[in-house]
Design a protein around this ligand. Sequence first.
Ligand code: PEP
Ligand code: MN
Length: 472
Amino acid sequence: MSEAQLPLNGAVTGAGVAEWTPDSWRSKPVKQNPEYPDQKALAKSLSELKRLPPIVHPREIVKLKQHLRDVARGEAFLLQGGDCAELFDYCEQNAIESKIKLLLQMSLVLIWGADKRVVRIGRMAGQYAKPRSSPMETVDGKLVPSFRGDILNGFHADERDLDPGRLVRAYHHSSATLNYIRAAISSGIADLHRPLDWGLGHVRDPALKAKYSEAVNFLTEMLRFMHTVGADKTEKLDTVDLFTSHEGLLLEYEQSLTRLLDNPSHTPSPASTTKPKEYYNTSAHFLWIGDRTRQIDHAHVEFFRGIANPIGIKVGPTTPSADLLALLRTLNPSREEGKITLITRYGAAKVASLLPGHIRAVEDSEYARCVVWQCDPMHGNTQSVGGGIKTRAFSDIFSELQQTLRIHKDQGSYLGGVHLELTGDAVTECLGGSENLDEDDLSTNYTSFCDPRLNEKQALELAFLIADHYRC
Ligand code: PEP
Ligand code: MN
């Protein structure tokens, strides 16, 4: 079916496929959905959200779609990163700036290594809802509801009741964060000629240090040269795009920010195949469906099939290949290139046995060269140490990434990007890396309220290692 024949919402008409509306998900079984006791307060929050303006604009969403089409074609690389659970408290200048700078710095290393443009997406400005494996947990000997992210309840044990007022607070924190991202970028935080702090003092291994120094010297020289010849004055080099993303978990919130808006790429002509208006989820540029909510006949997939945004699907050891194709056919019936990013997360021990089958299922189907393959080397590598501290070993993270790069090469497909949990701060949540953090170091600065993140040195090191893969 051509795009022109599709109904407005992108759903396939005919036997078995009902019409899509922003609330058609409500007729399906829904996982991880909150049961708010105070329905009146919920209705008040939702009606306020529906009135508030979009957080992102369709023009920006369409721009990201064009970038992701280039990634699917193997012409660009996608770097996506940020906190596992973003807190309202992270909405402050330093935390936002340090994440922007880290993503920029990593992307410079990747551009140098892969010799490709890098598309940047932050897990920022809205990553407030978390899926949980258990609804209750024990805190200080007391059984309390689990922390489900700042958009639902508070981390402190006495704030665990669901509070619909948090939906509106999430909107405002998301908007304030994105406002500052935009302000910082347009004011030159990303100027490539600014001296960057590459401090490699922590790298103990002399061979690694020599390798990283080579890259840093090259990049510093290149930036200096561009500054000397004035090449850094062009608009293209003075600013970078940074798009936002989060897991589209809380459908009440996502629905309220989904609007029928003009498609900026529509040109009114009889030959045009684009639709004049589409449903854009204006809460973020990119949204993904998590590992726990991607059931084909459930509410999240139903909601996602109607929005025009580019979307991600987490793919793991529990994803049958047949489901993968069913998801692509439901979520992207018109086979738009780059519309879907498959975010694979198996764990270092399982990736070699599972990824090739998933690649073949997609690349031997009508979706060949249509998706972005992205590696999330974090979520299959979580472990507990020393009485229940959640951590991840840098060596496992790197191993999954390295195996993923090699498997795609062997299969003739293209690994288009990485999806990382990281922070610009000097946290001690993941083991290893060139600082060689061990179990005793974890307590030094463990501040994550959910999954362990790479600190700025570990994240940069991973970028160096990916660059090294491409240059060898
Ligand atoms: C996450 O990205 O924080 C997450 C919960 O991942 P997954 O759905 O892959 O487990
Ligand atoms: Mn996580």
